[in-house]
Design a protein around this ligand. Structure first.
Ligand code: 5RP
Length: 232
């Protein structure tokens, strides 16, 4: 049985593997969450030590923006030309490199940056690997506050079971000021079709299915580092 500290070590190992991919002068998308945090800290440390030079970064959340500031990573707004590399954690990943993200609530900005990356790399402990996406975690959907009960009904009509995310007794709001509906997915599900149908619902800002974004995933376990690559 892994302890919480074992899992933290694995997250850190996966993050370190991804930092090795950063090249001098890269524009790097910084993910959000406890695994991405290790990536940001290590990249900041390498920049400070001169082990990598000229990198600039785009943060996917206000929390990551603050962390990048503390670690001395220069931040820029996402340019129209995108980023060289983006690195982020995930809540679940399957063998086809498809992921659910968003338990940290940054899914919309994370997807904008992931979609703008020449290379998008997922990092996590091996416990994030699943046979079927949705088997352990709900699918987060960021929605507009306006009409959110109606949007929840439309998600139910797709076979999902939405629950409004609450944090510290209050409605959780993303950095964009929107609520999140965490949706239990009834399995088995056709995720391609589900993503497409959610994308078309009025009131939905974005959802946590990242089906075609990742090029590579580093999954750390005590057995070693596993690399999942996008199927040809
Ligand atoms: C935030 C995310 C995170 O990447 C995801 O929740 C994983 O977080 P952690 O590394 O803390 O397990 O999608 O929106």
């Amino acid at each position: 049985m892994l302890t919480a500290s074992d899992i933290e070590s694995q997250k850190r190992l996966a993050a370190l593997a991804a930092v090795d991919l950063v090249e001098n002068g890269d524009l790097v998308g910084l993910g959000t969450g406890s695994t991405a945090r290790y990536f940001v800290e290590e990249l900041g440390a390498r920049l400070a030590a001169g082990r990598v030079t000229g990198v600039r970064c785009v943060a996917t959340s206000l929390a990551t923006e603050r962390l990048a500031g503390v670690t001395g990573l220069p931040l820029v707004a996402l340019p129209a030309s995108g980023v060289d590399l983006a690195v982020d954690g995930m809540d679940e990943v399957d063998d086809g490199l498809r992921a659910i993200k968003g338990l940290g609530g940054a899914l919309t900005r994370e997807k904008i940056v992931a979609a703008a990356a020449r290379r998008f790399v997922l990092i996590g402990d091996a416990g994030k690997r699943v046979d079927q996406l949705g088997e352990r975690t709900p699918l987060p959907v960021e929605v507009l506050g306006f009409g959110r009960e109606r949007t929840a009904r439309l998600l139910e009509d797709l076979g999902l079971e939405p629950t409004l995310r609450v944090q510290s007794g209050k409605e959780f709001l993303t950095d964009n000021g929107n609520p999140v509906l965490d949706c239990r997915v009834r399995l088995p599900a056709d995720l391609e079709e589900l993503a497409d149908r959610i994308d078309r619902l009025p009131g939905v800002v974005d959802h946590g299915l990242f089906l075609h974004h990742a090029d590579l995933a580093f999954l750390a376990s005590f057995g070693g580092m596993e690399e999942l690559r996008r199927p040809e």
